[in-house]
Design a binder for this molecule. Sequence first.
Ligand code: F42
Length: 153
Amino acid sequence: MSDYSNMFRMDLTGEYVPGTWASSAKQVAAYEASDGAKGNKLMGKPVVIVTMRGARSGKIRKTPLMRVEHDGSYALVASVGGAPNNPDWYHNIATNQTVMLQDGPVRKEYKARLVSGAERDQWWRRAVEAFPTYESFRKKTGREIPVFVLDPS
Ligand code: F42
């Protein structure tokens, strides 16, 4: 019988499979092992860790992202260095919106939502303020870089 259990799982338990990008996987491991005291920066700017469910595998996936925070909400910017395609984690969160974000020692669960229009523009400005390199990634890619927002419940 087919196992459809992953398709309907909203929680974030299950097998964690580290990604193939070694530097990101190492950053996740260092951050988690130290409650955010180590592996917490990229180019001198703070990083958060986002846990999600794989869109196709159903496995747990984790990715480090820049910390873009405002009034307790966070933006997840799918820039992947200005690459031509969206990162895998974008597809994961578009499919399963329940994510866990670790900011330093604090881990909280959120429902991610993709933002557009004026709301996206506003978060884009905040993102560039937090990590100015996003702007050069934007210039490098033809795609509109997706932005998810996580609001506190
Ligand atoms: N990337 C960003 O896009 N934005 C950031 O702000 C950002 C900051 C950042 C800070 C520190 C750092 O170390 C890395 C940072 N990165 C940032 C890079 C980020 O962590 C990711 O490595 C990058 O965005 C690429 O993400 P990716 O999800 O495309 O990773 C690939 C290379 C990867 O490892 N894939 C895995 C694999 O095994 O190939 C996981 C694949 C996966 O999730 N598969 C899904 C599944 O079902 O399991 C299916 C996915 C699908 O497309 O359906």
